[in-house]
Every structure is written in C-alpha cells, then in structure tokens.
Design a protein around this ligand. Structure first.
Ligand SMILES: [Fe+2]
Length: 279
C-alpha cells in the first residue's frame, strides 16, 4: 500500500503538444486529468497498469477540461470498445452542446464524432459539473472553479475549458486547461487572490492562454508546462524563439513571479509527490 500522494505528469508520445496527468492518492484512489491524443493512450494505460499493479486498472475519477483532440482522444481510444481495457468510476466535465462545438470549429469534427460514438459507454458514468461543485475522491478534493460561458466567443473551444482545482496533501494544483484571455479575465473577476495555488498547469500549453494578471493572482510555486521542446523554446526549426508562439514571453512572466520549480513534459514523465518540498 502506497502511503504517499503522487501526481504523474505524462510526456507527449508524438511531437505535438498534449495534456495528461494521473493523480494517485495515498489511500489508493486514481484520478486522471485529460489524457492526450489517441497516440498517447497506450502510454497512459501502461502507466495506470504500473501504478495500480492491475492489468485492467480502475480510474476512480476522470476529469476532462475541454473537447479538443489533444485532451480527450486518449480516453476515446481507450473506451472505443467499452470498458474492456480499464474501468472508470465517474467522468467529470462540462462541454458545450454538440451544435456549439460544431459551429465554433467545424474542422474539429473528429473529436466531436468520437465523443458521440463513445457516448453510449460514457453517458452512464458522466457527471456534468457546474461552477462551485466540490468532489471528494479519497483524500483528494476536486473543486470546480469555472465552466464554459457561451458569451465568451474569442478563443473557440479552448475558451470552454473547465477549471478544476485539486487539493491533496495540503497543497493545491490549479488546472486551467486551454483557457484564453477572455475566460481568464472572468475567472479572475470571480476569484481574485482566492486563485492562489501551489501549482498551476499553464493555460493553453503555456502560451496564448490566460493573461499575466491571472498568474499573478495564482502566485504559483510550481508550474506545469504541457509543452514539447519546440513549443517550450518557440522554435520554428531555426533556433530559440524563432516561432510565433508566446511561450518565451510567459516564461519571462514566471521569472518575475519567482516561481521555484518548472516541470515541462518535454523532459519525459514527471512523478511529483504531494506535498512537494519546494525548498
Ligand atoms: Fe490543448
């Protein structure tokens, strides 16, 4: 029996950006956040098998931030034939309607169609979350800080990200998904300095996400960057900071905020104990 809480921050299995976390509580509960692309599904499953010691692992709670392929398609891949590879206690999310998703980004029909195909398996375990909800998963507490607002239109499906906060081992981890500036402003107006958290998952893979003022309120000690090397270095193939992404600018903000530790999934899988000793 494990007597330590751990957060596994998984590396991308192809060159693209993705987001995948597993949280293991000291009392034996398993929580997954997003999961990555379909290409990331096997690595996620293998890691769950290693953690649980089971060939058919059980996930107590699976949280989804939003309906983009780099966040939901690993789950859709794993349940394409139902629960023959793993079982899930409950799936927590709040997606806009299918019509809303299709109207915003018709080119992203693939993941919407995949979600609809898996719906017969997923609906019985779905928990549609609302801002203010709070769930207890063993020793972990999951608070829902933000769900999509149809009035926010600037950043497409990214802006529909649900914001979850994990409290475990006396520390907090804020998952911002791919939230953009507009929703970030609303989040800040709702919570202000109550956003303060020990860790933050950097919005939208660490660039073109929420504005600096949100991170100032969060005042993180640790940053979780779902970014491959090219994105971390804003490299267009011509060297450091030659692309159009804002990652280097956001890294500068975090230096100003005196963040103590950065975890970047370009470096491989990270296993982070909670509480984490930042000193
Ligand atoms: Fe993403």
């Amino acid at each position: 029996m494990l007597h330590e809480n751990r957060m596994y921050f998984l590396a991308n299995q192809n060159p693209r950006q993705m987001m995948s976390f597993i949280i293991e509580t000291a009392d034996g509960k398993i929580i997954v956040v997003d999961g990555g692309y379909a290409d990331d599904a096997q690595h996620l499953l293998d890691t769950l098998k290693n953690i649980t010691g089971s060939e058919k692992p059980h996930v107590d709670a699976w949280l989804l931030t939003h309906a983009h392929s780099d966040h939901i398609c690993a789950l859709l891949k794993l349940v394409e034939n139902g629960f023959d590879r793993l079982t899930i206690g409950a799936l927590y999310y709040n997606f806009p309607s299918v019509q809303w998703l299709r109207s915003r980004e018709p080119r992203d029909e693939g993941e919407v169609a995949g979600f609809l195909a898996a719906r017969k398996y997923l609906l019985p375990i779905s928990e549609i979350v609302t801002r203010g909800d709070s769930y207890r998963i063993g020793e972990a507490q999951i608070d829902v800080l933000f769900t999509y607002d149809p009035a926010l239109t600037r950043f497409g499906i990214n802006e529909s990200s649900t914001v979850f906060r994990l409290t475990l081992g006396g520390q907090t981890v804020l998952f911002l998904g791919d939230l953009g500036i507009e929703a970030g402003e609303k989040l800040l107006s709702l919570y202000g300095v109550e956003l303060k958290s020990d860790f933050v998952q950097m919005a939208h893979h660490g660039q073109n996400g929420v504005d600096k003022s949100v991170y100032q309120a969060v005042a993180p000690k640790g940053c979780l960057w779902c970014a491959p090397l090219w994105l971390w270095e804003n490299d267009a193939g011509k060297g450091y900071d030659t692309h159009t992404f804002q990652t280097v600018i956001v890294r500068g903000w975090m230096s100003e905020l005196r963040v103590k530790r950065h975890f970047v999934n370009k470096d491989g899988d990270h296993v982070i104990p909670l509480p984490f000793d930042f000193d």
